[in-house]
Design a protein around this ligand. Structure first.
Ligand code: ZN
Length: 260
């Protein structure tokens, strides 16, 4: 990556409720998991990182912030229903225009992910200290750069198939859990001009976001999701670039003249 290119502007959005309510979670993420992720991503000189949380005005996602966001990461769980539909609509529009979106763990049920997927996004789950082994099934993909054949997390919540998602454009990870389940734990989609990555690990009662390999995947996914474009939706009525072959009927229509 060239050192002269402008940094990728990353906004880390988090609900930030479990950390305030549950001392177990606060012990793992004393300043909130968004701050842990911000510190990890902030190590990369090609990122410019900010955070935003649910209880800030406009959930911290004002037009000014969204204008300056190339890639948005999203973690939510308890309070999906408290996220304003108007903000979700704005974020969705930005994604379609080219903003990258990284959807983390229980954000599978977030309004923004469900609206972009157009599906239930449901799954089965169990909170019982399963070991999770995330198999890297796309080893040439930029999101898996620097990883070995798998990532192993000694304790995580289990998510199991069937996962109610549209068939991914690319499947990056499949997880296996001690209880025997499997799950499509890393997957990508393109919506409009925007790149979307769903990444499963990150239950709040485990120190998953302190894991260097998990941090590496998220950093890789930010670079992958950065499209560098912001293209407003428009349905232009185009004048031809070349002279059109003579079409008597078209000439007649344009003489009669209708609309534009
Ligand atoms: Zn969870």
């Amino acid at each position: 990556m060239s050192t002269v290119s402008s940094p990728i502007r990353v906004t880390i959005w988090s609900e930030f409720r479990h950390e305030k309510k549950n001392p177990r979670v606060a012990a793992i993420y004393p300043h909130g998991m968004h701050q842990t992720l911000a510190a990890a991503l902030g190590q990369h000189p090609d990122f410019l990182v900010r955070t935003a949380t649910l209880d800030e005005p406009e959930h911290g996602l004002t037009d000014a912030v969204l204008d300056q966001t190339d890639v948005l990461t999203w973690w939510g769980h308890l309070a999906h229903g408290e996220v304003s539909d108007a903000i979700v609509a704005k974020v969705r529009t930005r994604v379609l225009e080219g903003m990258g979106l990284i959807v983390l763990h229980s954000a599978h049920y977030s309004k923004i992910f469900k609206s972009l997927m157009g599906d239930t996004c449901s799954l089965s789950w169990r909170e019982a200290n399963d070991k999770e082994r995330l198999w890297v099934i796309n080893r040439a993909h930029p999101i898996t750069k620097g990883l070995g054949p798998f990532i192993e997390l000694p304790s995580e919540e289990m998510y199991g198939e069937p996962f109610g998602i549209p068939t991914p454009d690319e499947l990056i990870f499949i997880s296996w859990f001690t209880g025997g389940e499997v799950f499509r734990s890393g997957a990508t989609w393109r919506r409009g001009h925007g790149n979307i990555f769903y990444f499963r690990p990150g239950h709040e009662t485990y120190p998953t976001y302190h894991n260097p390999q998990i941090q590496l995947v998220i950093a890789n996914s930010v670079r992958w999701a950065h499209s560098g474009v912001r293209i407003k939706d428009a349905g232009p009525n185009l004048a031809p670039l070349e002279p059109l072959p003579l079409d008597p009927e078209a000439t007649q229509r344009s003489t009669i003249g209708h609309g534009r």
